[in-house]
Ligand binder design. Structure first.
Ligand code: G1P
Length: 287
């Protein structure tokens, strides 16, 4: 079955990024001149996923406005003959078929996905966490779809992390299949380095079979009192195989201040319009 739907749980309060996130969604912070969420949506579209379900919270209308037409702005650009900017804006509002649904309470990632259950029903679907921006030759989700198309099972994106970092991630117990592919035998949400079953962390991309919804519905609150997707996947893997895939590419954790700055600097350096000047500036600064 083709995967056409992507869930973007974006209702998080962005507490790691206060005060910038006091009055705007975290995923709307820009990397150079594009909001973080735009990069993640582009990965979805380039992977063939255009039906995007944003699970939002209160105060996140900016996301909805961003992917909509901006009548006044476009009219203004038209009267000023600014065709380049106009095309850019049109491109954004035509990028996806968006759908917005509210997660009324901050009850965790698993709960956010469950909120979208009736919009997905019996189809496999993708999940994109807005904090993780992945730069790769082949879009990360496309790489995961290749695994899904072969095994027809849920797939989580994996990355090796330092042992000290395991308390920030879902960590899998793997059985290696080939260089980048693993069957997940077990997983644990945010374990201490001593408890972690490996150094393979789940990164914010998931391809899930629809059976996950029932598991989510049956999952009790876990770490932090929240409904954890990791716990539901742990239940699922007793019924169906779940695979983990070490994607090819670089992941930036833009939910973290240093990760955000690294992404900003690297993306700016790659730009054809400002990259050269910015490089010269950084070189001068480093002296
Ligand atoms: C969530 C998941 C965690 C996963 C991580 C990836 O945690 O609960 O299993 O490893 O995303 O970014 P969060 O970062 O929302 O605390």
């Amino acid at each position: 079955m083709t995967v056409t739907k992507g869930i973007f749980p974006v209702a998080g309060l962005g507490t790691r990024f206060l005060p910038a996130t006091k009055a705007q969604p975290k995923v709307m912070l820009p990397l150079v001149d594009k909001p973080i969420i735009h990069y993640v949506v582009e990965e979805a579209v380039q992977s063939g996923i255009e039906d995007i379900i944003f699970v939002t919270g209160r105060g996140q209308a900016a996301i909805e406005n961003y992917f909509d037409l901006s009548f006044e702005l476009e009219e203004f650009l038209r009267t000023k003959n600014k065709t380049g900017e106009l095309e850019q804006l049109n491109g954004i509002s035509n990028l996806i078929n968006p759908c917005y649904i509210r997660q009324k309470a901050a009850k965790g990632l698993g709960h956010a996905i469950l909120v979208a259950r009736h919009l997905v029903e019996n189809e496999p679907f993708a999940v994109f966490l807005g904090d993780d921006v992945i730069d790769s030759r082949i879009p990360c989700m496309r790489q995961m779809l290749n695994v899904y198309e072969r095994y027809h099972c849920s797939v989580v994106a994996l990355q090796r992390v330092e042992r000290a970092q395991t308390p920030s991630y879902g960590i899998v117990k793997p059985r290696q299949i080939d260089e980048r592919l693993f069957q997940v035998l077990d997983m644990v949400e945010k374990p201490s380095p001593e408890e972690a079953p490996s150094d393979l962390a789940i990164i914010g991309r998931y391809l899930l079979t629809p059976e996950i919804f029932q598991e989510l519905a049956d999952t009790a609150p876990g770490k932090g009192g929240e409904i954890q997707l990791t716990d539901a996947l742990r239940r699922l893997l007793k019924r169906q195989a779940v695979y983990g895939f070490i994607f090819e590419g670089t992941r930036y954790d833009t939910g973290d201040k240093i990760g955000f700055l690294k992404a900003t600097v690297e993306f700016a350096l790659r730009r054809s319009d400002i990259g050269e000047d910015f490089r010269a500036y950084l070189k001068a600064l480093a002296l």
